[in-house]
Design a binder for this molecule. Structure first.
Ligand SMILES: [Cu+2]
Length: 439
């Protein structure tokens, strides 16, 4: 029965793929045509209007980026820049950002999928109805290697804005008024169908400089998959007959940083160790240490551990080096494969290294097919970050029908990108560092 699931859900894609495979050499060698003109690093908006996303949010922050669309990875964002109202020019954050794989292994060991490079994620771009992009614009995307060559154009890229509630609030003892602001976000998203699933790939750019990357899975559980009788599934129909096999969705993102327009970024890891109160002390103590990550790293999340990517090209007005910090989301790390064993990888940039597993680009003999193989001791001068977020999907009755979106992802938070809160009202602009009193 589960074989049926695969055939039903995935065969359609697999058949399509074999047709595509005939031209795979061409595809791989040339790359998506749209990608070519925009790979060179340059100023803020080095793309034509059709491939540019620029949004000034109501709070005064502008996000700018270029996009293109690849046959496997789907949406790719490039030259992502952030300009809060107090900055004279855009601050480059990322040279490129995209999904790097969705790896889906089933708990009974029967199958595993590489949805991006093996099962037509990019080709499965879905047309969105206007109501799915409230207040925004749905751009038309030309899908390379479209299943139906007659219809490669899909209205499938939504850009819109959304309120997120309080950006801050301050009243305090003496303010005499409430300082508060409602935050606004730019949202950029696509929906890609793979088998019975529909994946939403959402990029959320906040007016305070935070970037959130999330993948949401919705659509349907595979109707042919209701047969897990080996204790590795969950009954989702009447009684105890229809068992949906449990599985994982291991999502990888690939982030090519370009802080302040330079690829020469540094990576740092921070760890904190809490120890008991000192003799006569009142409370436990906590010591935070920095470790410079100078060589490629396969990193494991740990309590009170975090990483940041630091600019070598720019400082904020306080003379602090700009950086972006990884803020992990909830994850269930899947230890079954070498490439899913770690939460984050930092590798030295290499053009052929594009997908976290089943990398279809040619890295040569012994070049490795997955991100873990690319952590091999090279010095990091141009780091690329790969973030792995896993979700163990044990189906539940509520998963039908349609299946509610289940999200997984993480954030990048600015750390010293601006000298103060980028949304600070002018009246409070002097409250930086040790505040002078009674002047
Ligand atoms: Cu699932």
């Amino acid at each position: 029965m589960r074989v049926n699931r695969i055939s039903r859900a995935r065969r359609r894609t697999a058949v399509g793929l074999s047709a595509v495979a005939l031209t795979a050499g061409v595809t791989t060698a040339a790359g998506p045509a749209a990608a070519q003109p925009r790979t060179a690093p340059a100023a803020a908006a080095d793309c034509s209007a059709a491939y540019k996303i620029e949004q000034k949010l109501a709070t005064g922050t502008t996000w700018t980026m270029c996009w293109h669309y690849e046959s496997e990875a789907g949406l790719v964002l490039e030259n992502v820049s952030y300009q809060p109202k107090g900055e004279a020019k855009p601050i480059r954050v990322l040279t490129s950002a995209k999904l790097a794989q969705i790896h889906v292994p089933y708990d009974d060991g029967s199958v595993e999928y590489d949805d991006l490079t093996g099962f037509g994620f990019g080709q499965g771009l879905m047309e969105m109805a206007p109501g799915e992009c409230p207040g925004g614009t749905i751009k038309t995307v030309k899908v390379p290697d479209a299943w139906d060559p007659e219809h490669p154009n899909v209205k499938g890229l939504c850009t819109t804005t959304r309120s997120r509630g309080h950006a801050y609030r301050m009243q305090g003892d003496t303010a005499g008024k409430v300082w508060q602001k409602q935050g606004k976000d730019l949202l950029v998203y696509t929906v890609n169908q793979v088998g019975w699933y529909e994946y939403m790939t959402e990029w959320r750019f906040q007016d305070d400089g935070t970037i959130n990357m999330n993948v949401g899975a919705t659509g349907s559980l595979s109707p042919a998959d209701y047969d897990a009788g080996d204790g590795r599934g969950w009954p989702i129909g009447k009684g105890a007959k229809s068992y949906a096999t449990s599985h994982s969705h291991n999502v990888f993102w690939r982030l090519n940083f370009g802080l302040d327009g330079s690829s020469k970024n540094k990576v740092e890891q921070y760890d904190s160790v809490v120890s008991p109160p000192a003799a006569g002390g009142q409370a436990p103590r906590n010591k935070t240490t920095r470790t410079k990550v100078t060589k490629e790293l396969a990193g494991d999340a740990k309590n009170m551990r975090w990483w940041r990517v630091v600019s070598t090209a720019g400082k904020n007005k306080d003379e602090h080096a700009r950086s972006y910090e990884f803020v992990p989301g909830a994850t269930s790390k899947y230890p079954g494969r070498s490439f899913t064993k770690h939460d984050i990888y930092f590798t030295e940039y290499k053009k052929c290294e594009q997908f976290a597993s089943n990398n279809i680009r040619n890295c040569g003999t012994g070049g490795g097919k997955s991100v873990d193989k690319w952590v091999n001791g090279q010095t990091l001068t141009h780091p690329v970050a790969w973030v792995n977020v896993g979700f163990h999907h044990v189906a539940r009755d509520e998963d039908q029908q349609p299946m509610p979106v289940h999200w997984q992802g993480f954030s990048l938070a600015p750390r010293d990108v601006t000298a103060m809160n980028p949304l600070t009202p002018p009246e409070l602009a002097d409250q930086n560092g040790q505040v002078e009193r009674g002047s």
